[in-house]
Design a protein around this ligand. Structure first.
Ligand SMILES: *Cc1c(COP(=O)(O)O)cnc(C)c1O
Length: 452
């Protein structure tokens, strides 16, 4: 990390209560101008951000353990990304790749074709958002197979457009009131070792058992011949940082391959070094047919991609894929700089080190405190699931207390989970050891007071 220079001091420093007066004034303007359906985790308004700190309009400096939902892995204003964006924006901001193409789009595709799992021939198409990538992956799978049905799993999150919502599991706040949803989407159980699929002796299903359960439902209720694709997050993000039991993903992928079903890995949150590898699928040697990426890919600029088997993606008729902004040149320049930074700074290795630090400290909490039900995750994608003491009943109240105490202390954390009882830690991968240690101390204090 010695090569990384931070522009802003990497420290936590509160000069007002949160929110301060300027943020409070902005909140009032917002209420009169911005739709209430868009909410914010933080009551503060941002003036500046760099590395793993966010500075608000009142001059408070907060530690960021959310990275804008796993986006700013290379830091909030990484100098290499900033320079690449500045240079590109001064040349041209848009031509539309479908009208007048440019090199950076091609270069991003080359990089993703090489980085994603598997050494077979691949192709990439670029889009703007994660949801758009997921929709297009499904389009490609349906086109390639001539089949309609798509399977998603319990606790899944794939975005907020209509087809993505059909794939997403949780009603509130994502789906409620927004139907009807895209048809021919089916849901099957996943592997959630802490909560679901318990054998009669109370032991969790193995990965193979959980896969058999899902496959049996697919075969009985849908029929492999009707199924175009299985869409799955290798580690479920929004659903609660659920790491499936070992063997679950490989078994599903094997079954998909044997039945000509397209296996789509949604690596939008897990991809690009977050879990300690370029892609989370690699941890179990899974080679997806199609992989979706977004979030961390362009250092905060909006960009997403579908990458996968050349014959599937090239099978789509000319003009069948695209969009006005997809693969915008400024976003592509940012992506190339971001991928360079991930390589140069070995951010996958850094993610593994962050994960070790976090889990060492949180495992101690788990043995001491009854409200800490489960500590899980991979690399710099770690989470704590809070429960009622003496059992596994979800404890969203304690979770809320922990999150609120951390915010008061100046540390940004995000909640997740179907039961609202999970706090996820996904710091920028460039966070300094000192800042991470300090944030974890704040977390431990917050959990201890919530348990008291
Ligand atoms: C965030 C996310 C999406 C949706 O991405 P948007 O850019 O918000 O549309 C899809 N899948 C996963 C796994 C995500 O984490």
């Amino acid at each position: 990390m010695s090569t990384l220079q931070y522009r802003l001091p990497q420290k936590r420093c509160l000069v007002t209560e949160l929110p301060g007066p300027k943020s409070t004034a902005l909140a009032a303007r917002r209420r009169a101008a911005v739709g209430a359906g868009v909410t914010s985790v933080l009551p503060i308004y941002v003036a500046d951000a760099d590395g793993a700190v966010v500075v608000d309009v009142d001059g408070n400096s907060l530690i960021d353990l959310g990275a804008g939902i796993a986006v700013t892995s290379v830091g909030a204003s990484n100098p290499a990304v900033v320079a690449a964006v500045q240079q590109q924006v001064a040349r041209f901001t848009h031509t539309c790749f479908m009208i007048a193409p440019y090199e950076s789009y091609v270069a991003v595709a080359e990089r993703l074709d090489a980085l994603t799992p598997g050494d077979h021939e691949k192709r990439t198409v670029l889009f703007n958002s994660g949801a758009e990538a997921v929709e297009n992956a499904v389009k490609i799978a349906r086109h390639a197979t001539g089949r309609d049905a798509v399977v998603a799993v319990d606790h899944a999150y794939h975005g907020r457009t209509n087809l993505a919502l059909a794939l997403t599991a949780k009603s509130m706040p994502y789906k409620s009131g927004f139907g009807p949803f895209s048809p021919e989407v089916y849901r099957v159980p996943t592997s959630y070792p802490y909560r679901e699929g318990l054998n009669v002796d109370g032991s969790p299903f193995t990965g193979e058992q959980a896969a058999e359960r899902a496959i049996s439902i697919i075969e009985k209720q849908i029929g492999a011949d009707n199924l175009a694709a299985i869409v799955i997050e290798p580690i479920q993000g929004e659903g609660g940082f659920i790491v499936p039991a070992e063997g679950f993903l490989p078994a599903l992928a094997r079954w998909a391959r044997a039945n000509d079903v397209i296996f789509i890995a949604d690596e939008i949150q897990t991809g690009l070094c977050r879990t300690g590898a370029w892609f989370a699928s690699e941890h179990e040697g899974v080679v997806p047919d199609l992989t979706t990426t977004a979030k961390a890919i362009a250092g905060g600029m909006p960009l997403s991609a579908v990458t996968g088997r050349a014959e599937l993606i090239d099978g789509v008729h000319p003009g069948g894929l695209g969009g006005t902004f997809g693969g915008n040149p400024v976003a592509c320049a940012a992506a190339l700089a971001t991928l360079d930074q991930m390589e140069t700074l070995d951010l996958a290795g850094r993610a593994r080190a962050i994960g070790e630090t976090i889990s060492k400290r949180l495992q101690v909490l788990a043995t001491e405190l009854a409200i800490v039900g489960d500590v899980r995750g991979r690399g710099a994608m770690m989470a704590v699931e809070f429960v009622e003491p003496g059992g596994r009943m979800p404890n969203p109240a304690a979770t809320g207390k922990v999150a609120a105490a951390m915010l008061r202390a100046g540390v940004i954390v995000l909640r997740c989970g179907t039961y609202g009882n999970v706090i996820r830690l996904l710091p920028p991968l460039v966070i300094s050891d000192d800042l991470l240690a300090e944030a974890l101390t704040v977390f431990e204090d917050a959990v201890r007071s919530a348990a008291a």
